[in-house]
Design a protein around this ligand. Structure first.
Ligand SMILES: [Fe+2]
Length: 261
């Protein structure tokens, strides 16, 4: 990919989403927030790609993966008035279809187009299909990390600015409360917790800590550390013997990994 192709793809993205503005020329609040998320994910993607010393060309592709990853959110929201995939459509699949339908990538070489298409398609899937090429896996994993970093960022930013009360959706509108022992067990076993196990805001925090085991690039953990993610999220978790154990466990997990960076 060259810079010219990159510029065309950036323009095409903004030209596509402009159609979702309200009659007053602005995006509605939720789409505006989604666009901010998209921009931060794109910038996280560049951060990781740079830190991982990817080539200049791959850094451009990584940024475009971030920019396009949630393109499906716009039509999802317009049609269904929700960002809940379970109540509407899979937004990764939706993004993939839109890019194909509007032929947004027709200026790219086949392999570059496929890398971004796969990253969009699978950024939100539970597992990656085994048939995915090595190069698509590389970009998809980077996009998944960049996306998660921003989900952490939104929560830590609300904590940092004392505005958690008006962002209760970040904690699934649940009171902090007790930690589900199932999630505690998984966190202490370095494994992933299930959304169905979430019973409190504390569980949301602990489940997100489990994501750190699934981060694909060490540079992603570096960003997590730089943002003081564990420290800030820990500050809102009610302290019990179990939650203290969890916080110490995840803290030393990150420290250990970063020691070898
Ligand atoms: Fe997404």
């Amino acid at each position: 990919m060259n810079k010219e192709q990159y510029n065309i793809l950036v323009s095409r993205f903004y030209n596509y989403i402009v159609g979702f503005k309200e009659s007053d020329g602005n995006y509605c609040k939720l789409l505006e927030e989604k666009l901010e998320h998209i921009k931060r994910v794109a910038s996280n993607a560049i951060f990781i790609a740079n830190k991982e010393k990817w080539s200049e060309e791959d850094c451009l592709i990584a940024e475009l993966c971030g920019l396009y990853h949630d393109i499906g959110r716009f039509s999802q929201y317009k049609t269904y008035k929700t960002f809940s995939d379970s109540k509407s459509v899979n937004h990764g699949q939706q993004g993939f279809s839109i890019i194909n339908e509007y032929q947004l990538f027709d200026v790219l070489e086949e392999k570059d187009a496929q890398n971004i298409l796969d990253a969009v398609h699978y950024h939100n899937s539970l597992n990656l299909p085994e048939s995915l090429s090595e190069s698509s896996v590389r970009f998809t994993n980077l996009t998944r990390d960049a996306d998660k970093i921003d989900i952490f960022f939104m929560l830590t930013e609300a904590i940092r600015t004392n505005s958690l009360d008006s962002h209760q959706d970040l904690l699934w509108n649940l009171p902090m409360g007790e930690a589900n022992p199932e999630i505690v067990k998984k966190l202490l076993n370095n494994s992933q917790a299930l959304y169905s196990e979430i019973k409190s805001g504390t569980d949301v925090c602990l489940l997100q800590f489990c994501w750190l085991y699934g981060m694909n690039y060490k540079s992603s953990l570096l960003k997590i550390k730089e943002n003081k993610t564990v420290e800030l999220i820990s500050s809102i978790i009610p302290k019990t013997l179990e939650t203290q154990k969890c916080i110490e466990h995840i803290d030393s997990y990150i420290l250990n990994l970063l020691a070898y960076l």
